[in-house]
Ligand binder design. Structure first.
Ligand code: P5A
Length: 438
């Protein structure tokens, strides 16, 4: 994309309302703009990064055989009367009336709705297990929306729901999803810490949260310091992990903690995922049954599994930035390469930049080409703020020295690629694979 044709409203000003760095940078890089308290519109750069997060989540869900659905955002309140949550969910649940005075609600989560779909179609044990997910907008009328997309009222979630024939199978499903979550966050360049958690309004008796450590995190975590040596990529990670103590603030009981005080660490974290096993809570209350092998009607065992897709953008930026701006991990970056033409008035510079641009586009590399007629300093500052991992910088020096400069955004290191023929660029040296190999 040519920057001149993009809508990327960057800003030098530090927004007064933004208390944490990820919120400030998302606003300054022109990724999001506030619509109302806790409600944001996503601008083109934000949409691209959000899409990258969603793609990884989707691939890992498909990998474990989950079925993607897209449930309506608006639900009838009757479904929530059946489960009892219409009352218990409280003020966070946004309700409204349609023209026939029926009460509708904007989904904060969808356990009831998926159970309703399940009971309409699935009647036999032979159809189990089943695992569903969606990537869909939620609304929760949070009492204190803050930190931008971290705690919004409207936010994007991956919510998954599983149905199994018995407790044993359901626990196996839970463990598979636990493992898939670790892999999902790892692919985003993050180091997730799973902790035992409280089930809250979802209900149930087994629950884990996944956290990214950050001083700005809203949650307080307690864990055995051994966890820093833990190998989260081992195949039986759940079993191994169950032996190490790690708990959220709500779950941690200082009087009954199995870890000695001297071995107990305390840190703040951003909750990017939360999974629940709650058995028959919804299948029973909503009378969703299947027949078992003996022809008896039984209630399937359920779990639900959430990833904060929009919150993850905040968490990723909290973990990857410096005083100049964002430093995207390559898996999430909205563009793989930034190309800056420092002298648009110089014909040779522009011809060279255009050539490089077209060459990269031909290789299907997502490139943001700053062809704007702006001051060099401004263009470099914008590219640093936006945080594209590699910048190709072309200016009068490139012509004089027959070199193209490639800057690594994270290290600031500049490497020079020599060109024998300055206009006909040798892309062997500046393609994406070469750059990211370093
Ligand atoms: C699990 C999926 C649930 O809602 N029902 C369906 C279960 N769990 S949860 O913990 O309440 O939410 C799942 C994840 O969504 C993110 N999240 C938020 N992100 C931004 N703003 C919010 N206000 C917000 N609330 C929850 C979190 O990442 C959470 O782990």
């Amino acid at each position: 994309m040519r920057f001149s044709g993009c809508f990327i409203p960057t800003s030098k000003e530090t927004p007064a309302e933004a208390q944490i760095v990820s919120h400030r940078l998302m606003l300054r890089a022109g990724m999001i703009t506030q619509t109302a308290s806790g409600i944001y519109s996503w601008l083109p750069l934000g949409v691209r990064a959000l899409g990258k997060v969603a793609d990884i989540v989707r691939q890992e869900q498909n990998e474990i055989g989950a079925n993607e659905v897209l449930m309506s955002i608006v639900q009838p309140s009757e479904l929530w009367k059946e489960s009892g949550r219409e009352q218990s969910y409280g003020e966070e649940l946004l309700r409204f009336k349609d023209r026939r005075q029926r009460t509708l609600l904007y989904s904060p989560t969808n356990e009831e709705q998926i159970t309703d779909i399940f009971r309409k179609y699935i009647r036999s044990y032979r159809d189990l297990p089943k695992n569903f997910y969606q990537i869909q907008w939620k609304f929760r009328d949070e009492i204190r929306p803050r930190f931008g997309v971290m705690r919004g009222r409207e936010f994007l979630m991956k919510d998954g729901y599983s149905f199994d024939l018995n407790v044993e199978q359901a626990k196996k499903t839970y463990k598979n999803i636990f493992t898939a979550y670790l892999k999902t966050f790892k692919r985003m360049g993050l180091t997730p810490i799973p902790v035992q958690a409280d089930s809250g309004s979802i209900g149930g008796d087994m629950s884990h949260e996944f956290h990214i450590l950050a001083s700005t995190g809203e949650s307080l975590l307690y864990y055995d310091k051994k966890i820093s040596e833990f190998d989260f990529s081992s195949p039986d990670v759940f079993k191994k992990f169950s032996k190490v103590y790690a708990a959220s603030e709500d779950k941690h009981d200082p009087d009954n903690c199995p870890v000695h005080k001297s071995d107990l660490e305390q840190s703040r974290g951003i909750e990017v995922g939360h999974i629940f096993y709650f058995g028959t809570k919804y299948t029973k209350s909503m009378n969703a049954t299947v027949s078992d092998a003996n022809g008896n009607q039984i209630y399937p065992e359920m779990g639900s599994y959430g990833i904060g897709v929009s919150r993850l953008l905040g968490a990723i930026i909290e973990a990857n930035h410096d005083d100049k701006g964002i430093i995207w991990p390559k898996e999430i970056t909205p563009y793989q390469i930034g190309l800056i033409n420092l002298s648009v008035d110089n014909e040779v510079c522009t011809a060279l930049s255009d050539n490089v641009y077209q060459g990269l586009v031909k290789q299907n590399i997502e490139v943001l080409y700053d062809d704007r007629n702006e001051r060099a300093g401004e263009k470099m500052a914008d590219m640093d703020l936006i945080g594209v991992p590699y910048q190709i910088i072309i200016g009068q020096n490139s012509i004089a020295n027959k070199t193209i400069e490639i800057k690594n955004r994270r290290t600031g290191e500049v490497s020079k690629v020599e060109q024998h023929d300055i206009i006909n660029v040798d892309f062997g040296k500046i393609n994406e694979a070469e750059l990211y190999k370093k």
